[in-house]
Design a protein around this ligand. Sequence first.
Ligand SMILES: Cc1ncc(COP(=O)(O)O)c(C=O)c1O
Length: 457
Amino acid sequence: MTSRSDMQGGIGSARIRKLRATEAEIFRAARPKSEASFGKGIAGFFGGVPMHWMNDWPTPFPIIVDRARGATILDIDGIRLDDFCLGDTGSMFGHSPPPVARAIRRQADRGLTYMLPDEDTLVIGRLLSDRFGLPEWQIATTATDANRFALRVARAVTGRPKILVFNGCYHGSVDETMVRLVDGRPVNRPGLAGEFRDLTQTTEIVEFNDLPALERALAGGNVACVITEPVLTNSCMVLPEPGFHAALRRMTRDAGTLLLIDETHTISTGPGGYTRRHGLKPDLFVLGKPVAGGVPASVWGMSADVARRYRAYNRAKEPGYSGMGTTLSANPLQFAAMRATLEEVMTEANYARMERLATRLEAGLAAAIANAGLPWHVARVGARVEFICAPGPLRNGREAEAAHAPALEAAVHVALVNRGVLIAPFHNMMLISPATTARQVDRLVAAFGAVAGALAA
Ligand SMILES: Cc1ncc(COP(=O)(O)O)c(C=O)c1O
């Protein structure tokens, strides 16, 4: 007999192990060239890969890519996959969107980095302000950096030491956001390499959607900034409850605390992100990953009030360091790719198409779950869809962590790859790009239905 503790998502562990093993064999047998090339890991790289996340895929070895275009990836064994991972949002608008590829080719002959503005920048600042509603911007290279810089500004202008995060959040490798609630107590995030500080001294943490806890945490008057995604996307997806964002804004204002909205994933909502769609009014705004169509770039924006206070702060501070930055940030390749993305790729028309297909995917997955009689659910924010192997909706990071079913999800991911579909390895995220077709969505729904049906049988 199978006890409940032996189960994930309503499926017994023996059945999960069997599916994973069978699918791993199928994956291997189809990729002799990849397996031989990878060997015991790619030579010369620590852990056998150029970046450790590449080992986090549940396949027996990483897919070695030949090329990617639109919403399709081709591996070196000649296997074509419908790509719904899209570089974990870096390629949310498809691989090498044609306007971005053209802009990169044009810029390739005009210099790749010179630490000076060019003519594209005369346009980009205004594009960012018009689109996202904040008047003053800076360009960085990763969302992690943009968040770090914006949090520094928040501390500088408020003169306060702490930030506040929601349990289950992820904002990149920003040290002070690496805090979790374990049994209701704040602790450094488990598994954090090389950390020597007690991050709970710099960071308040409460559960998403818990307004009384938020109010209590802000009452001390020492929180410079609340940093949050509008939807928690980096655990199993948690949507805000009605009224949450309005209360968050009111409470932060009342407490003199700034509000940073990180739209790096929720830009799936629309051309102006969740912020514009839902009328949020952040003091600081961050967008990374897809903002330059896959070229590493990020942007962070400030409200007029924060910009004014930051200028005053800079005038008063001692000389020595003009601000936070990195040498290759705001380079002309980023400018060219970002301008093309903002002007020609992140359009209303593309988003309308993305949302239409995402709705089709959401409905198809929900029907497959119902057909299989599994206790799972589907969540969606714009073009980003996720199946969660637990009942929903989820209300906070604690519930999201409990809903995570790592062994089951890994088996499902490999089974989907063997049916021609790639989804994100860290969560069950599926993104619709402007290049994704209805046929690709239908193939994913059919593959998912087959796997869910086999698991439930
Ligand atoms: C919401 C959010 N913010 C920031 C980041 C960090 O992005 P990057 O790894 O490009 O620095 C991520 C990465 O997944 C993210 O999901």
